[in-house]
Design a protein around this ligand. Structure first.
Ligand code: ZN
Length: 260
């Protein structure tokens, strides 16, 4: 995910600045053929090529809309995510349905910029970017990807959003749905968590004594020959900072005769 930030500080929604506790995510798509983030986000930061009628404007009598992020194209054609509201600020994206409004129920809302809905390559890119954004948000706010992510059209069915078709008028054209989306977020989130646990489990060896016996002769040799000093803090050695993988590699190299 390429995440950048440009808050819509002139939008009335931002000016009111009501806070919420994040409870879920609502996925939207813009419903207009313009894949450029700059259509909606401005002023131009050099990457966007912003249009004159972006949403960072105070229009108290205009349409009351504001979302937390846009996913679409930059000026150079690459895909990015622009965060446009703090995640813990109430956005104006869902409208309301028979039972209320997701806006006031803790939903973060983001828009995927639509093109003309016939470009599979663009679709795959923004789908992936959206999955990554949701993984990030689920982690940050401890959300359950299966129960806490809906799209606008599902929100309407639940009675907490206005009657819009997004994103289920688009995803199924390419064999995707909100169910595949939620599963993809769940899978990526689990992968992410496993990787993090691995990183946390990784033991660091800081002294010769701490090293396992098989590695001690090699490490001693490297220290004696001043080939290994470890991490320097203010120019002074503060520990060898070796992982198990590094020990194994050094021992293999030693056996291969690289260290005299
Ligand atoms: Zn929508």
């Amino acid at each position: 995910m390429k995440l950048r930030q440009l808050f819509l500080i002139n939008n009335e929604c931002y000016k009111i600045g009501k806070k919420h506790a994040v409870k879920g995510i609502m996925v939207h798509s813009t419903g207009a053929n313009n894949p450029n983030i700059g259509r909606y986000v401005g002023p131009d930061d050099g990457l966007l090529n912003s249009s004159g009628n972006h949403w960072n404007q105070f229009r108290p009598n205009g349409r009351q809309v504001c979302v937390h992020a846009f996913i679409g194209k930059l000026k150079d054609g690459t895909i990015a995510t622009y965060q446009t509201l703090p995640w813990d600020m109430v956005g104006w994206h869902s409208g309301s349905g028979a039972k209320g409004s997701a806006n006031f129920m803790g939903y973060i809302g983001f828009e995927i910029c639509e093109d003309n809905l016939t470009d599979r390559i663009y679709f795959n890119k923004v789908y992936k970017e959206s999955v990554e954004l949701c993984v990030y948000l689920c982690k940050e706010y401890k959300l359950n990807p299966i129960t806490d992510i809906i799209c606008h059209s599902e929100g309407y069915k639940q009675g907490i959003a206005s009657n819009h078709a997004d994103v289920m008028h688009w995803f199924p054209k390419y064999g995707k749905s909100m169910d595949t989306f939620r599963q993809d977020v769940k899978r990526e989130l689990e992968k992410n968590n496993i990787q993090e646990e691995k990183n946390m489990d990784e033991k660091i060896y800081n002294t010769l004594d701490e090293c396992p016996d098989y590695a001690k002769p090699t490490i001693k040799k490297l220290i004696d020959n001043k080939l290994l000093e470890g991490k320097l803090i203010n120019g002074k050695p503060s520990g060898l900072n070796l992982t198990e993988q590094m020990l194994r590699l050094l021992v293999i190299n030693d056996r291969a005769g690289l260290y005299k």
